[in-house]
Design a protein around this ligand. Structure first.
Ligand SMILES: [Zn+2]
Length: 95
């Protein structure tokens, strides 16, 4: 779970999820940024649903089947995101 780099409070899953697009600390109200290492990880994480593509080509699923499979996978990925999120006080460059 992410820890606010300003006040040191740990965010709960629910709190993180609520502010997932803004990343504003629910305790001190300070804007937080995703750290560079976390961004790399979450970037790879968000690619998980893409593993469906070759599987799809292999089995020749219909679009409806793919959506049916991709939706829960996407939700799981999204739901696990607060667990890998690490915060930073400033925008960190990728390199
Ligand atoms: Zn805070």
């Amino acid at each position: 779970m992410p820890i606010c780099q300003n006040c040191g409070e740990k965010w709960s899953w629910k709190q993180t999820f609520k502010t997932i697009f803004r990343l504003k600390c629910p305790y001190c109200g300070k804007k937080q940024y995703e750290s560079a290492s976390s961004r790399t990880k979450s970037g790879a994480f968000m690619l998980i649903p893409l593993v469906l593509l070759p599987i799809n080509a292999w089995f020749e699923f219909s679009v409806g089947t793919v959506l049916l499979l991709a939706t829960p996978l996407f939700l799981i990925t999204f739901g696990l995101y607060p667990f890998i999120l690490k915060l930073s006080n400033e925008i960190e460059p990728y390199w």
